[in-house]
Design a protein around this ligand. Structure first.
Ligand code: CTP
Ligand code: MG
Length: 374
C-alpha cells in the first residue's frame, strides 16, 4: 500500500499570481493536476494539502477519490497534516505540486528503491554552478566541493513509519529528507530529471511549457456506444448512479459515456478497443463500472507513453437530464482519467431513431492525446 501527499498549500508569492500556484494552468491542466497524474499510477491513496479557503475548489477539480486537507503555514506543517489523513501505508511519497512535470517513471523509480529495502529515497541532479556559503554581511565563508552537491527534487519516498517519526515534533525544513536524516535514517539519492523543475516564477512556467511542447505529438480518436434500456437494471451513466432512472442492458454496468470515451482513447492510441481489452473473454471485467474501465484504460495508455490532452462525450437520449449533474459527472470522469480535461454534452434527437424513440441511450466521444516522442 503506497500513499502520496501532494504539497499544494503554498500561495506562490514568488510567482506573483492572484491565485495559488498549484491552480495555475500549464498547457491543458493545472500544476496540481499534472502532479497528481505523475503519482496516480503508483499511489493507492493520494492526499492533497490545499491552501485555506480553496479546499472545495480543489475537491471539485481532483474528484472524490482524492483526499483534500487544509495545509499549514509552512510546507512541513502541510505535510504533517497530509500524514494525519493517512491511516496506514507501507510507503509514503511526498511531492510538490509545483514540480508538475515530474514523470511517472521517476515516481516508479523512487518506489522501486523503497521496494528494494531503502527507507528514504530522493531524486536529485548534479549542481552545475559553484556554490558559496556566505555570512550575514554577504562575505563568503566557504565553498563546498561541487562534485558532492546535489539539487534535490520530489517525489521523495519514505517508509511510512520513518516519515511519521521524523515529523513527530514540529520541526520545519524545506524538504522531508532533512527531517528524516536528522532522525538518524539513511537517505539515498537517485537520479532526478530536468523536467521535474520546481515552477517558482513565470519564467519557470515557460520552461515547463517547452518541456511539454518539444516532446509531444498529437493524435485523435472517436468512440461510440449504445445500450438498450432493461427493466430492473440500475442506471449508471457518466460515472454516476442515477437512482430514479431505468438502467440499460450490458456485460458491464452499461455506462455508455464511459465506454465511448474508452474507445475514443483506444482509437487515438491504437491500443485495440473496449472489446479486445475488457470484453467477454476477460470475465474479471463482467459487471465492471464505467469508472473502473476508464481507470484501466488510463493505465494502459499511460503505460504506452500517452497523455490525455482532452476528451469530450455527447450523450444521446431522452433521459436522464444531464445538466443538473454535469459538474459532478465531469469531476468523476476526470479523476478516473488522472485529472484530464473532460467535457460532457447531451442531446435528444427530436424523437427520431432508437434513442429518440426512448429505447436506450447512446454516446459519442472524441479524444485528443499526446505522446512523448523520446
Ligand atoms: N507548500 C505547502 N504548504 C505551505 C507552503 C508550501 O503545501 N505552507 C507547497 C507548495 O504548494 C509547493 C511546495 O510546497 O507545491 C513547494 O513550495 P514552493 O515552491 O515554495 O511554493 P510556494 O510556497 O507556493 O511559493 P512561494 O514560496 O513563492 O510563495
Ligand atoms: Mg514557499
Amino acid at each position: 500500500m503506497i500513499a502520496a501527499i501532494i504539497a499544494a498549500a503554498g500561495s506562490g508569492e514568488r510567482f506573483g499570481a492572484s491565485i495559488p500556484k498549484a491552480l495555475i494552468q500549464l498547457g491543458n491542466r493545472t500544476l496540481l493536476q499534472h502532479s497528481i497524474s505523475a503519482l496516480s499510477s503508483v499511489a493507492d491513496q493520494i492526499v492533497v494539502t490545499a491552501p485555506a479557503g480553496y479546499e472545495d475548489q480543489i475537491r471539485a477539480l481532483v474528484g472524490t477519490e482524492i483526499t483534500v486537507v487544509t495545509g499549514g503555514a509552512t510546507r512541513s506543517e502541510s505535510v504533517r497534516r497530509g500524514l494525519a489523513a493517512i491511516t496506514s501505508a507501507d510507503f509514503v511519497l511526498v511531492h510538490d505540486a509545483a514540480r508538475a512535470l515530474a514523470s511517472r517513471e521517476l515516481a516508479a523509480r523512487v518506489v522501486a528503491s523503497l521496494n528494494s529495502g531503502e527507507v528514504a529515497v530522493i531524486p536529485a541532479l548534479p549542481e552545475v554552478d559553484t556554490v558559496k556559503i556566505i555570512d550575514a554581511q554577504g562575505y563568503v565563508t566557504s565553498t563546498p566541493d561541487r562534485a558532492s552537491l546535489r539539487r534535490v527534487q520530489t517525489p521523495q519516498g519514505f517508509a511510512y513509519s520513518v516519515l511519521k517519526g521524523a515529523h513527530q515534533n514540529s520541526a520545519d525544513a524545506t524538504d522531508d529528507a532533512v527531517l528524516v536524516a536528522d532522525a538518524g535514517h539513511k537517505v539515498l539519492v537517485i537520479d532526478g530529471e530536468e523536467r521535474a523543475i520546481k515552477i517558482t516564477t513565470p519564467h519557470d512556467l515557460a520552461t515547463a511549457l517547452q518541456f511539454m511542447g518539444h516532446a509531444q505529438s498529437f493524435s485523435t480518436g472517436v468512440g461510440v456506444d449504445a445500450h438498450a434500456f432493461g427493466q430492473g437494471r440500475e442506471l449508471w451513466l457518466a460515472g454516476l448512479h442515477w437512482p430514479d432512472e431505468v438502467g440499460v442492458e450490458g456485460h458491464s454496468d452499461g455506462d455508455v459515456a464511459a465506454h465511448a470515451i474508452c474507445d475514443a482513447l483506444f482509437a487515438a492510441t491504437g491500443l485495440g478497443d473496449l472489446g479486445s481489452n475488457f470484453g467477454t473473454s476477460r470475465p474479471e471485467y463482467a459487471g465492471a463500472s464505467g469508472v473502473k474501465l476508464l481507470k484501466e484504460t488510463y493505465l494502459l495508455i499511460s503505460n504506452a507513453g500517452y497523455s490525455i490532452s482532452h476528451v469530450s462525450v455527447q450523450i444521446i437520449g431522452n433521459r436522464p437530464r444531464i445538466g443538473a449533474r454535469r459538474a459532478e459527472a465531469i469531476a468523476t470522469m476526470s479523476a478516473a482519467l488522472g485529472g484530464a480535461e473532460v467535457a460532457i454534452l447531451a442531446t435528444t434527437t427530436d424523437g427520431m431513431g432508437l434513442t429518440g424513440e426512448g429505447k436506450g441511450i447512446a454516446a459519442i466521444a472524441s479524444a485528443l492525446v499526446t505522446r512523448n516522442r523520446s
